[in-house]
Design a protein around this ligand. Structure first.
Ligand SMILES: *[C@@H]1O[C@H](CO)[C@@H](O)[C@H](O)[C@H]1NC(C)=O
Ligand SMILES: *[C@@H]1O[C@H](CO)[C@@H](O)[C@H](O)[C@H]1NC(C)=O
Ligand SMILES: *[C@@H]1O[C@H](CO)[C@@H](O)[C@H](O)[C@H]1NC(C)=O
Ligand SMILES: *[C@@H]1O[C@H](CO)[C@@H](O)[C@H](O)[C@H]1NC(C)=O
Length: 768
């Protein structure tokens, strides 16, 4: 995404190692599904489960970066790693900022004599229950270890070891207890990022508990973060072995809790230890099930695809806050390209926020869990004062969001790569576009009043001050930028940048009308004039959009850029132009780019009606990026790796399902479903809990038919369905059959008396 230097070195090192390794192909045949050929690299392992929500293996991947994570939006860790990360806890000044390492005091392992021959453990990630398990079947007992980031007691990471003795045990042994050797893995002593005090012991209900508090060592920015951040950890001490009487069964619970507030961490550990162990676990599982009851995407008939989808939602939700009533949720610091369980190193995007959040992860989160979309935008509202300062520093107005941000909202791009921070200004436009989609789906007046009107109009102020009239062309130019294609810095009139800028300006005009009774603006007309007159590169000879002014045909690019005009931006253009953009840019995108390029091409092709070509692009968008057995995504294609667990690639993939195969598109005045269809081999694609203007809908695409089920509607926004022939008022419990290709439109009454944006950029966007 930006780390040219760091990344290239890493890739070069990896190519050296991996050139030696052959790719192994494993054939998995599964019940009730077409046979799936799952490719995997030598450092991966086989997933032997045929449950779409469970990934099981007899051996762990040799590459640690392919290990799965557990998390609850407050804290997260990778399984068996010695590090835990806390939402919003960073260490390091400016570009050195990264997630601060908290030692994993709950990283309990079964003694290796248990997990080696003759005992073959089964390791499973159960995405439905939000738990990682290790199960060992021994002579006299079955040992099950459950590791989870508690979804209700969300300050806690819990480790439970359940030992169940076997009833048929050898009579010669009946008098002997069962001993299970365990061990707290090393690495839990110190942290380079946090000055922890020496642990203090205390006794609670007969158990020894330890605690330690510390402060982060380096402030991100002395002005916006004058003081270090405190963090406190409480944990249970771990004995060398667990003893269970023969014929007995017992659950041992170990936990660690983390909070910036000592009292909260302490109370949370006490609550965890006071709960009955089964109830403790059940509360966690119930919280996960409650989340899945609200929404989900289910695929049938293609086991690998359904597993990838359950993996993605599991990983996304693990990085988003739980709705716990145990202790109120802390301020949320955003969704980073590698989630909450990684980002302590310069290879995993340091836990920072980028345009990835709004452009790649946000769209499907918005459809299924709009309250999380609200939280993602809230992070931008919280950091708005800093964005104002960043605009001023470069002599501009309004809000200029940094390319990367962490705790304060200051620019924290690594020193290696100043160009991305200087030129990738489209990030502010992407935030405005996310706000536009959010308003289209929610019409959230409360949000507008509490920061929404401000952020939208102030981003428009930034673009208005950034666009400069060119007296030769009579159009406004935006110079010195870089589009999503990071191979070309410092260009003029990047099509992507100018379209997101133009949309931001039009949106501000619309929003200032929506907000007019409580928020006064006076440049609304001027914004729309600038947007209308922004330069928009177009090549009439080849009937396509050059990526920027002066782009030479044939130059290779890193990733989808101009093709993003068609989707996600849905910028109106001729069908032919769209087809040309898709086919031309496919031919010049380098193979080493990230997955999202191919998901966007897949969506474009599906909307063009080219399902065959779309299927191969869709395949290309995930097959070489999903790592077995835990469906962890890599930034680069096999055999390269790059950052893991790459949420950005996952986001693109989910968008292909919802907006490509699902055919859904979001507009300010309607929700459209166009050409819903099934991905290859799948027999069913169901998008449950799709939220539109307070209504809860399920789009169910099957081989025989497509239906739309209305679970509930919001009386404030009565919905009407139209398919060209029928017009139906939607009511709760109604099921509609969508026959034909559509488009099927769902719309409500207009929102206030406000004219929708024209969205015409460059004066004459529709080419003959
Ligand atoms: C495992 O347990 C055995 C027996 O208690 C002990 O000798 C050994 O050191 C332990 N191994 C590890 C890796 O802790
Ligand atoms: C810490 O949490 C406790 C309990 O919720 C609360 O009473 C106290 O005010 C908090 N302290 C700080 C410094 O926020
Ligand atoms: C105005 O636009 C023309 C055509 O794109 C370009 O050649 C020229 O350099 C621009 N002028 C300025 C002052 O940027
Ligand atoms: C994806 O494409 C690869 C390479 O063309 C092919 O081997 C594989 O079978 C395809 N996978 C699916 C699921 O279609």
């Amino acid at each position: 995404m930006w780390n040219f230097l760091a990344r290239n070195k890493q890739v070069a090192a990896m190519l050296g190692v991996l050139a030696l390794a052959a790719v192994v192909v494993v054939v998995l045949t599964t019940k009730g599904a077409s046979s799936n050929v799952v490719e995997k690299g030598p450092e991966e392992a086989e997933d032997v489960s045929d449950d779409p929500y469970i990934f099981s293996t007899h051996s762990l991947p040799s590459e640690d970066r392919f290990m799965p994570s557990i998390g609850n939006g407050h804290i997260a860790t990778n399984i068996f790693s010695n590090t835990v990360y806390l939402n919003g806890l960073y260490n390091g000044h400016k570009g050195e900022s990264h997630r601060a390492r908290i030692p994993a005091w709950a990283n309990v392992r079964l003694n290796s004599t248990l997990t080696h021959k003759p005992f073959a453990p089964v390791y499973s990630l159960n995405t439905r229950d939000g738990v990682f398990t290790v199960r060992v079947d021994r002579d006299r007992s079955v040992v099950t270890q459950r590791i989870f980031a508690h979804r209700f007691y969300n300050r806690a990471i819990v480790n439970q070891i359940e030992v169940t003795s076997k009833t048929y045990a050898d009579p010669n042994l009946t008098h002997r207890d069962i001993w299970i050797a365990v061990k707290l893995m090393p690495g839990a002593e110190t942290s380079d990022d946090i000055n922890f005090e020496s642990p203090v012991p205390e006794v609670f209900h007969g158990r020894t508990i330890k605690s330690s508090c510390g402060k982060t060592r380096e402030s991100e920015d002395l002005e916006y973060q004058p003081l270090p951040v405190n963090v406190c950890v409480y944990w249970t001490s771990v004995p060398d072995h667990l003893v269970v009487p023969q014929h007995g069964s017992k659950v041992f619970t170990f936990a660690m809790t983390v909070d910036k507030n000592r009292t909260v961490a302490r109370e949370e550990l006490f609550k965890v230890l006071q709960e009955d162990s089964k109830v403790l676990y059940q509360r966690h599982v119930d919280a996960w099930h409650a989340l899945y009851a609200q929404a989900g995407m289910d695929i049938e008939g293609n086991l690998q695809l359904s597993k990838i989808v359950s993996g993605i939602w599991y990983y996304f939700l693990s990085a988003l806050p739980s709705e716990s009533t145990s202790h109120p949720q802390d301020r949320f610091f955003g969704l980073s390209p590698t989630g909450l369980s990684r980002g302590g190193t310069f290879e995993d995007y340091e836990g920072h926020n980028f345009w990835d959040t709004e452009t790649w992860m946000f769209p499907t989160i918005l459809l299924l869990y709009p309250r999380y979309a609200n939280l993602l935008l809230q992070y931008r509202l919280d950091t708005a004062p800093v964005a104002e300062r960043l605009a001023q520093e470069t002599g501009h107005k309004g809000y200029r969001y940094p390319w990367e941000s962490a705790y304060t909202g200051m620019e924290v791009t690594q020193p290696c790569c100043p160009a991305v921070a200087e030129y990738e200004q489209h990030v502010s436009g992407c935030i405005a576009f996310a706000a536009r989609q959010y308003l289209a789906v929610t019409r959230d007046e409360h949000w507008l009043k509490h920061g929404g009107c401000d952020i939208v109009t102030r981003i428009a102020d930034f673009w208005a001050s950034r666009a400069v009239i060119n007296f030769t062309t009579g159009l406004f130019d935006i110079s010195n930028v870089m589009g999503p294609d990071e191979d070309h810095a410092d260009v003029r009139n990047s099509v992507f940048t100018n379209v997101v800028a133009g949309y931001s300006l039009y949106l501000a005009q619309y929003v200032s009308c929506l907000c007019k009774s409580y928020f006064i603006t006076d440049h609304a007309e001027q914004w729309a004039d600038i947007a209308w007159s922004l330069a928009l590169p177009f090549d009439p000879e080849h009937d396509y959009h050059p990526q920027y002014e002066g782009y030479r045909r044939g130059q290779t690019i890193k990733q989808a850029d101009a093709v993003l005009l068609g989707f996600p931006l849905q910028y109106p253009m001729n069908r032919r132009t769209r087809a040309n953009d898709l086919s031309y840019y496919e031919s010049v995108t380098r193979e080493s780019g990230p997955a999202m390029t191919w998901s966007m091409h897949a969506i474009g092709l599906l909307r063009q009606g080219d399902a065959g070509k779309a299927a191969s692009m869709f395949n290309k968008s995930y097959e070489d990026y999903v790592r077995e057995p835990f469906k962890v995504w890599s930034e680069n294609r096999r055999p390269n790796i790059g950052a893991t667990n790459f949420f950005t690639g996952m986001g693109g993939f989910l968008q292909t399902l919802a907006f490509g195969y699902g055919g859904v598109s979001i507009h300010l005045d309607r929700l459209l479903i166009d050409r819903p269809q099934l991905p290859a081999d799948a027999t069913r694609l169901r998008i449950r809990g799709l939220k539109y203007l307070g209504a809860n809908l399920t789009l169910d695409i099957q081989e025989s038919q497509t239906t739309l089920f209305v679970a509930s509607v919001d009386d404030n926004w009565p919905l009407k369905y139209e398919d060209g022939k029928n017009e139906i008022a939607l009511a709760a419990k109604m099921t509609l059959t969508l026959s034909g290709e559509g488009p099927f439109t769902i719309r409500s009454v207009p929102w206030k008396d406000c004219k929708l944006p024209d969205d015409v950029i460059g004066r004459s966007h529709l080419r003959p």
